[in-house]
Ligand binder design. Structure first.
Ligand SMILES: Cc1cc2c(cc1C)[n+](S(=O)(=O)[O-])c1c(=O)[nH]c(=O)nc-1n2C[C@H](O)[C@H](O)[C@H](O)COP(=O)(O)O
Length: 490
């Protein structure tokens, strides 16, 4: 039986609450107190169509998976649903104007161009979530600034006519030494979410790391892959280990070729741009049923399930539940790389979560430069695969990382910004630009393959010298209460 909007709108309070999602009505009255994001955000849409708010945060199979079938009330004749025509806010009008004026895709010549465009055209909350980092965002800027303290020592008169920058990552042959790293809530930037990144990764034969907190369902992202396309799983470990075990076993069954356990986030960092958007929406359903503090931005609203008790003692359990290579994502000092080798994992990502966790954590590239000499001295450099991520915006950043011993690098925000501004075409162009830069810079450095990239090609003497901390933009621009907020939009 098809319901009408007139019937649904009668059920609009905490005692009797129906919502419409994707053209179907659901009785969520009993679910209100269990909702990870709190009852408030649902009651805002009681008796109404909640699809637009629901979309970016919940994979489409959420209600199917987690709401008792008796509460599924069936289809709604959407022509009878009165949607409040909210007057476009001045912000939204300005954003639409900027979208109409945005540069042509061909006018984006490097990854930072995508950031500049995304900042102008994305919704505030989405930009706030993607761009934000912890506290004063010093590490966010240090991640990129650190690469500027490494200089090249190029070789000349090398026949560099043929350059090949393909490599292997955890045994998978890839066309370039970068992968799409895990970044949550892809639908905040693009209506299709993470599957856009899947298609671009496929086209460029690079690997995609699927985030635990994706907007798309895990199976949607896996199903969007084609042929022998390789994907990895990024895992936030749940306090309820049965949920974690289910996720890991399902990922292995669906063909994931790597388990990246995020170890730098026992609690998600304090990201003030994100908090300012006072995120009121609930968490991702993947870890459904966990209580969530929804008062502090998207990050906090989606992460209360994460287990701060995760420790080295858990690694043997992970090795007992999966055959996938186990990688630790978010290692930040050589002592823990040595512990990772002892614990028997297959690799690490030297990373500070894109500056979103501990402010003043060092950049991945600096930790790499600290780590490799110690591993070489102990004869352990081939024991595990080492990746870095954070602040990689140029192929020269990638080449520096490989010269210092990384197997490859993860890239986050640039692909999100390219997707948010230009969709698949944006990510496709971003990856192609990086590949073009790789080819040119490998030639200029005098190397024809990643195997030829080594320590002798870089000068890292000033890398460890933190004489100038990156400018504290937040102190200048954000904290000044007198600055008119509109001007802050920049
Ligand atoms: C930009 C971004 C990064 C996130 C991310 C979300 C965004 C929007 N999220 S987060 O919501 O929890 O913070 C994740 C995540 O789901 N899991 C994770 O392991 N890393 C997460 N990261 C960190 C990411 O995997 C890389 O470490 C980081 O993005 C690399 O830095 P760049 O962005 O400068 O490339």
């Amino acid at each position: 039986m098809t319901l009408t909007g007139v019937e649904v709108v009668k059920h609009n309070n905490s005692k009797d609450c129906w919502v419409i999602v994707h053209g179907r009505a659901y009785d969520v009255t009993d679910f209100l107190p269990e909702h990870p994001g709190g009852p408030k955000i649902i009651l805002k849409y009681a008796g109404k169509d909640a699809t637009e708010e629901f979309e970016p945060i919940h994979p489409p199979d959420t209600l199917e998976k987690y709401l008792d079938k008796s509460k599924h009330l069936g289809p709604v004749d959407m022509t009878t649903v009165i949607t409040e025509k909210t007057e476009e806010s001045p912000d939204e009008k300005e954003r639409q104007r900027r979208i109409a004026e945005m540069p042509l895709l061909e006018q984006c010549y490097n990854l930072l161009d995508f950031e500049a465009v995304a900042r102008r055209v994305m919704k505030k909350g989405a930009w706030g979530y993607y761009s934000s980092a912890a506290d004063d965002e010093i590490t966010l800027r240090e991640n990129h600034a650190a690469f500027h303290r490494i200089w090249f020592r190029p070789k000349i008169l090398v026949d560099v006519e043929k350059v090949n920058f393909s490599t292997t990552m955890l045994g998978t042959k890839v066309d370039a030494p970068f992968y799409v790293t895990a970044t949550a809530l892809g639908k905040l930037g693009h209506v299709e979410g993470e599957v856009v990144l899947t298609r671009a990764a496929r086209k460029h034969n690079v690997i995609q790391m699927i985030p635990t907190l994706a907007s798309c369902s895990f199976d949607e992202i896996i199903d969007a892959a084609e042929g022998d396309q390789v994907q990895w799983l990024q895992l936030y470990v749940n306090k309820d280990r049965a949920i974690t075990q289910r996720i890991v076993e399902h990922a292995e069954k669906r063909g994931c070729k790597g388990l990246f356990i995020t170890v730098d986030a026992p609690q998600l960092g304090r990201r003030e741009k994100d908090m300012r958007s006072k995120f009121m929406d609930p968490g991702s359903n993947v870890q459904n049923g966990q209580q969530t503090d929804n008062s502090q931005g998207a990050a906090r609203a989606i992460s209360s399930f994460i287990d701060p008790g995760l420790s080295w003692a858990d690694i043997s359990w992970f090795r007992s539940i999966t055959k996938m290579p186990i990688m630790l994502k978010g290692v930040q000092r050589v002592e823990d790389v040595l512990k990772a080798i002892e614990a028997g994992v297959q690799g690490v990502v030297l990373s500070n979560h894109g500056g979103r966790q501990l402010d003043f954590a060092r950049s991945g590239i600096e930790v790499l430069a600290e780590t490799m000499p110690v591993l070489r001295e102990l004869g352990l450099e081939d024991k595990i695969e080492i990746y870095i991520d954070g602040g990689i915006r140029r192929a020269t950043d990638i080449i520096k990382a490989l010269c210092l011993g990384a197997k490859g690098v993860g890239i986050g925000r640039p692909f999100l910004y390219a997707m948010s501004a230009y969709g698949f075409d944006g990510v496709d162009r971003a990856m192609q630009l990086l590949k073009d830069e790789m080819e040119m810079n490998m030639r200029l450095i005098g190397a024809t393959s990643v195997g030829e990239l080594n320590q002798s090609l870089v000068d890292t003497r000033s890398l460890f010298n933190h004489s100038s901390t990156p400018a504290d933009n937040l102190a200048y621009a954000v904290y000044d209460p007198l600055v008119n907020p509109a001007q802050r939009a920049g």
